[in-house]
Write a protein that binds this ligand. Sequence first.
Ligand code: GLN
Length: 260
Amino acid sequence: MSEDEIILTHILQCRAIDLAVDGLALTPSQEEQFRRYKCRRLAGEPLQYILGCCDFMGLELGVNPTVLVPRPETEQLVDTALKYFKGGAALDLGTGSGNIAVALAKFVEHCEVIAMDKSAQALDTARANAKRHGVMQRMTFIHGDMSNEKFILNLLKDAKFDLVISNPPYIPTEQLSTLPQDVRKEPPAALDGGRDGLKFIRIIIKYTPCLLRKGACLMMEFGDGQAEAVKQLAQDTRLFSTIEIFKDLAGRDRVMRAVL
Ligand code: GLN
């Protein structure tokens, strides 16, 4: 579907196939709405913010400028996680819209998911998405910053998770200004991975071994070109028994699974 068609199906609340019907006409107010959406798009706003929603693994999720727009690579992260996580407790670090956490809660019947984020507004969005998909009872939301190491350790000192999962901010700070216009409308805190892009990845790899039960795994997305560094960080802990890297649909290394 083209962007125009996506906008039209949204305004008309119809399916793509319905657009092909002869004589389909917009009312004047729908035409006006279409024009307004197009102007916002031309001004560089991500389509998903304009529509207020996006699709993630077949789930419609609410999104707004306080959260990152979920990406297809992250669907692959969750897809891979679903092969290993069949129940128990999961922790999603930097939950944003709650896409990963809600999908896990939705697709794994006997599980509980803790979703953490440093943005209170992002957590509100994640909560709303959990409600929308009826998984609120199996989810807990924690307002916390993973770069506050003491906070993480204190908070989770007795926890043992079956899965720690994250799509952390991993773009090197100096590349932020070179990103496409619509990506620059997304929250910088959701993208900015510090000087070399690995700031949060380092923290996660350092603390996750304390949070996992033996045999459980850390699953994490990272940026194009970061695979070697990420793998090395995991190896340096000497705590993970297996470290695997998975490719995205374009054949680029984008996901790590590290088993304790
Ligand atoms: N977990 C969310 C996502 O995967 C947010 C990630 C982030 O803010 N870096 O889209």
